[in-house]
Design a binder for this molecule. Structure first.
Ligand code: OAA
Ligand code: MG
Length: 388
């Protein structure tokens, strides 16, 4: 088995919305197709990857470092002892001559390729990725549906409370029980009005609402918001301070009693371990949101799972960021607590297969081989054009 060619590209996923830290007017995304020499029904088997939603493309690193190493390696150096494509062996090849630390966007580039390699390996095996993962690394069992919550509630020009409520109603109508909205892009009084507006739609049940500050707050503001939010009994209070400010998070956890979620901008085993060591995260209630696509892919994510287990954390406390199909398979196979979903945002990359149905905030996995991008027509069209 050989990878014959790699086709990398960049697509816009821009929009007018904003969170507390950035607007998405120039947001884009790296996409990748790895074409193999394995033929099925007269067509080569192709693995696809992309860099999750909401961080910029990493084409330069892909083109200059990661892909040349992958494509320059002897074909058999990417295979396991059974002659099958091994994403973890390929990972070592991609990371040759890379120093530790400073993970930055390198982890994003490697994550794109790791996703495509997993898609390819599962397609060659003729099974959906969740099955491939659970057969290879687990006991062959998996969750046949995954908890998903609907993320949205962004700031946007001229967006009214009514617009925000309608957006959230749309999520409930689409089958979600838990929704997420942005905070920190306005002052506390205004954000509380926005929260109250959303709570009206949720019958006043704060346990169905997560709020996300996108790393905006300093300690004073983190605690001030925490005091104001605590009475609502929210689903979680997300990414409150800078992702690498572990002490801020630890101090917050001493004051804020409800669940805290963070980790979407931690891109390595080392950073995730520091969060667990120094961030005051509580394994009985908090959530880890590391996104496998942004953080060196599934190979590294499995190391993170191992680290979490050593620290006494259940995989159920992990709900990855990103709202993508890759994490959905990982969540089912590694028995995570769930996965994010963007029903409306980040197109064409965000969201699941077109025929995926959310019932009671759970989505079932399907039987398409690999990750199943083929079931998401608008995205598959873009991916196919890469190697047409
Ligand atoms: O706004 C974003 O960049 C996405 C985000 O934080 C999330 O989905 O949790
Ligand atoms: Mg977030």
């Amino acid at each position: 088995m050989k990878i014959i060619s790699a086709h990398e590209g960049v697509i816009p996923i821009s929009s007018s919305m904003g969170n507390a830290f950035i607007d998405f007017s120039t947001m884009d995304c790296s996409i990748l197709a790895l074409v193999s020499d394995v033929m099925v029904d007269g067509e080569p088997v192709v693995g696809y990857g992309f860099n999750s939603n909401g961080r910029y493309s990493a084409g330069e690193i892909l083109r200059r470092r990661v892909l040349p190493r992958l494509m320059g390696a002897p074909a058999n150096s990417l295979l396991d002892d059974d002659g099958l494509l091994s994403p973890s062996t390929a990972w070592d090849v991609m990371m040759r001559n890379e120093k530790p630390g400073g993970h930055g966007e390198r982890s994003v580039a490697v994550g794109v390729v790791d996703m495509a390699l997993h898609d390819l390996a599962a397609k060659i095996a003729g099974v959906p990725l969740y099955r491939w993962i659970s057969d290879k690394y687990g006991d062959g069992t998996f969750d046949d549906s995954v908890f998903v919550y609907a993320a949205g509630g962004y700031y946007a020009p001229n967006k009214t409370y009514r617009d925000l409520q309608d957006e959230m109603k749309g999520f409930l109508d689409a089958g979600y029980n838990v929704v997420k909205m942005k905070i920190g892009g306005a002052d506390l009084a205004e954000d509380l009005r926005r929260i109250e507006a959303v709570l009206e739609v949720l019958d006043g049940d704060g346990s169905r609402l997560a709020v996300d500050a996108n790393g905006r707050f300093d300690l004073d503001r983190a605690l001030e918001y925490g005091r104001a939010l605590e009475p609502y009994g929210l689903f979680w209070y997300e990414e409150v301070g800078d992702p690498l400010d572990y002490r801020l998070n630890a101090t917050l956890s001493e004051h804020y009693r409800g669940p805290i979620a963070t980790g979407e901008n931690l891109f390595s085993l080392q950073d995730a371990r520091n969060l667990i060591r120094y961030g005051g995260m509580r394994p009985d209630r908090d959530y880890i949101q590391v996104d496998p696509a942004l953080s060196y892919g599934l190979v590294e994510y499995r190391r993170i799972q191992h680290m979490l287990a050593q620290h006494g954390w259940s995989s159920r406390r992990c709900i990855p960021h990103g709202g993508h199909q890759f994490s959905l398979h990982i969540a089912a196979a590694l028995k995570l607590g769930g996965n994010e979903s963007y029903p409306d945002e980040f197109q064409p990359t965000g969201g699941f297969a077109d025929d995926a149905v959310v019932v009671n905030s759970r989505v079932k996995l399907d039987d398409r081989p690999g990750i199943g991008f083929e079931g998401k027509a608008n995205f598959h069209k873009v991916l196919r054009e890469l190697h047409a």
